[in-house]
Design a protein around this ligand. Structure first.
Ligand SMILES: O=C(CO)[C@H](O)[C@H](O)COP(=O)(O)O
Length: 260
């Protein structure tokens, strides 16, 4: 990949480039999944190659593991790393409390385990991901294959009783067959009304037998780095209560790929 980036890719790139500044020598870093997280992995690889930064990455999917190795990041498992200093990941939505909907890429189970086992989670996003109230993006749940239709039916009944279901629960497909996660499970996407009480919904969903994990990330994200197409980044830190803006140089974006 080379040449001019589109405004949306510039936004993702500058968010990623700013976020990898949080990474210090010796850190164990959770590596998220998705197109924005892929920019972060490339930016981190660039720091490893050009600065000799020594880090261990814990990928949240086979896709991310493959890319991390390709760009020169040493990877290990969460069990080997035990605990992480930082996780950097993308998101499908973030709200003003930095609660998230994730799982658009079908990796939210590993992503949630990895982020929860980290001192700090930094989310990278473009401006389209910010919402006043979660729920415009369909909420993914990971469901085991056994009894899939029974689980899906029960979830639909529960959501209808709670008056949060907007249309329906849809089994995610890829290439005409059910999408299979890295854990060998399936994804059901829940088309909901705006989520008034994400904490309650998350707890209810995870009580249903057959549901492994839902895509709501509550009180897990510490900061969000929002990139813009003109190179500006906003950094919102929920713990510090700060909202800062700066500018990131993005003319070198093509160099990120030069040595790979
Ligand atoms: O949760 C995720 C994968 O499970 C992704 O982080 C989320 O879908 C955002 O992806 P992208 O950066 O491609 O928009």
């Amino acid at each position: 990949m080379s040449g001019e980036l589109s405004p949306i890719d510039t936004a993702k790139f500058v968010a990623a480039k700013r976020a990898v500044q949080y990474v210090e020598d010796g850190m164990r870093v959770g590596l998220g999944t998705g197109s924005t997280a892929a920019w972060m992995v490339r930016c981190l690889g660039e720091r490893v190659r050009s600065e000799g930064l020594k880090i261990t990455g814990v990928p949240t999917s086979t896709r991310t593991a493959e890319l991390a190795r390709q760009v020169g990041i040493e990877v290990t498992t969460l069990d080997e790393a035990k605990w992480l200093d930082l996780t950097i990941d993308g998101t499908d939505e973030y709200d003003p409390d930095l609660c998230l909907i994730k799982g658009g890429g079908g990796a939210h189970l590993q992503e949630k385990i990895v982020a929860t086992a980290s001192d700090r989670m930094v989310v990278i996003a473009d401006p389209t991901k910010g919402v006043d109230m979660l729920g415009a993006f369909p909420l993914p749940i990971e469901v085991i294959p056994f009894g899939l239709q029974a689980t899906k039916g029960l979830v639909e009944e529960l959501l209808a009783a709670m008056d949060v279901l907007d249309s329906k629960a849809v089994l995610r497909e890829k290439g005409g067959v059910p999408f299979v996660t890295d854990e060998g499970n399936h994804i059901v996407d829940l088309h909901l009304k705006r989520i008034q009480d994400p904490r309650k919904l998350s707890m209810v969903l995870n009580q249903v037998p057959g549901v492994v994990e839902n895509g709501l990330f509550i009180d897990i994200c510490d900061a969000v780095v929002i990139g813009h197409g003109d190179g500006r980044v906003e950094v919102i830190d929920i713990n510090e209560g700060t909202h800062e803006e700066e500018r990131i140089e993005f003319a070198d974006s093509a160099n990120i790929f030069a040595d790979i």
